[in-house]
Design a binder for this molecule. Structure first.
Ligand code: NAI
Ligand code: MG
Length: 362
């Protein structure tokens, strides 16, 4: 088979780490029965410099025409002072919005070789492998009414409203249940139904979708504040977590630090299945463009490589090849190679391309 991928390296370390992915792609083409039709384009600061906008409509169209989008990162301090529409970060916001990417998948997985990087005790995180599914286009970040009003006495009030509809909850719940079937078959749904009406509806709808479509999956419910506590106390009790935009924002950042290594963590954002059977999807590391180390050849390419493995798994159903890449990364870490960000005593410090070499060889 042949697949169309849109590759958007972006700014800072983006192009450096994307280069290592391109070598993994070449390996797959040479060794597996698959070919990739890659289209590269500029986004973020790189696009601002060339075209005066953070992303062109043409790039959005190319994204629609692809099987999946592989994204690096955007952001460059050079553009920090300009207005909102001219900020590099608008590129990723616009892609999410235009492609309707409503479900953000953030795995938090602890590699045995990096167990010491966790901020928690090794006993608590050894073997940790959880997946947080965050709703990303609804909830309190977008609900109406919103704004800052001036009251009669001249004082002000700021308003945000959490709104969730049945269909918004159903579609993200389905993503979570589907994922659970490919993992340990457990979903924990997180809200605050004790104090929020939107949370009450969330719980009701997730329960309905479960009963109607996924009775084989084990479903539990947890209040968000308790979930934050449980993620630190005993994170391995979870498999898939599904939650709204606000709680998912906080809990996924918290969960990323259970693994302790920003340069290791991939993510996926999925949209709705279209009439032609395609589902728009974008894969990117959770870290940013790391301007402080850009151009030095020392960035860790693993989050970007693992983002590509997620692309194979969730967009192309190439499960064996995704496993192969994840295993290669694990073996390379076990062999003692480390980029600077994950370096520890007694290990061999290497740069971006040597790490890429090692992964391809493995
Ligand atoms: P950052 O994630 O870029 O960097 C935070 C720290 O982690 C830095 O010290 C960096 O050197 C290090 N780091 C990150 N990724 C690394 C890797 N692969 N290997 C080794 N070290 C790594 O976050 P920061 O500094 O807050 O943001 C920098 C720029 O990136 C900003 O313009 C920000 O808006 C943007 N950003 C973009 C994102 C995206 O494209 N989705 C996400 C987060 C930030
Ligand atoms: Mg956040």
């Amino acid at each position: 088979p042949s697949y169309k991928l849109l590759v958007l390296p972006g700014d800072g370390i983006g192009p450096e780490i994307m280069h290592e992915v391109s070598r993994v792609i070449t390996w797959l083409e040479n060794n597996r029965n698959v070919s990739f039709d890659l289209t590269y384009d500029l986004v973020g600061g790189a696009s601002l410099a060339e075209y005066g906008v953070p992303i062109r409509d043409e790039v959005i169209e190319k994204a629609w025409a692809s099987d999946a989008v592989l994204f690096g990162s955007v952001g460059d301090p050079k553009w920090g002072h300009v207005g909102f529409d001219k900020r590099p970060e608008v590129a990723i916001l616009k892609l999410r919005q235009e492609l309707g990417l409503f479900a953000n998948l953030r795995p938090a997985k602890v590699f045995d070789a990096l167990i010491d990087a966790s901020t928690l005790k090794p006993d608590v995180v050894r073997g940790l492998d959880i997946m947080i599914v965050r709703e990303t286009v609804g909830g309190i970040y977008f609900g109406e009414p919103r704004g800052i009003e001036t009251l009669e006495d001249g004082s002000k009030r700021g308003i945000n409203t959490e709104v969730y509809t049945t269909s918004e909850i159903e579609r993200v719940a389905r993503v979570a249940f589907d994922l659970a079937r490919k993992r340990s078959n457990r979903v924990c749904s997180v809200e605050k139904c004790n104090v929020m009406e939107s949370g009450l509806l969330w719980k009701e709808v997730v329960t309905d979708v479960h009963a109607r479509e996924f009775p084989d999956v084990t479903l539990s419910h947890m209040l968000a504040d308790n979930c934050a506590m449980q993620l630190v106390r005993n994170p391995r009790q979870f498999d898939v977590l599904v939650t709204g935009n606000l709680f998912g924002d906080l809990l996924s950042d918290l969960a990323s630090m259970l693994t302790g290594s920003l340069g290791m963590l991939p993510s996926a954002t999925l949209g709705a299945v279209q009439d032609n059977g395609k589902r728009p999807a974008l894969y990117e590391p959770i870290h940013g463009s790391a301007p402080d180390i850009a151009g030095q050849g020392i960035a860790n390419p693993i989050a970007q490589v693992l983002s590509f493995a997620m692309l194979l798994r969730y967009s192309l159903n190439m499960l064996d090849d995704a496993d192969l890449i994840e295993q290669a990364v694990s073996n390379v870490l076990a062999s003692g190679l480390r980029t600077a960000d994950i370096m520890s005593e007694g290990m061999a410090r290497v740069g971006t391309s040597v790490m890429g070499d090692a992964i391809v060889r493995e």
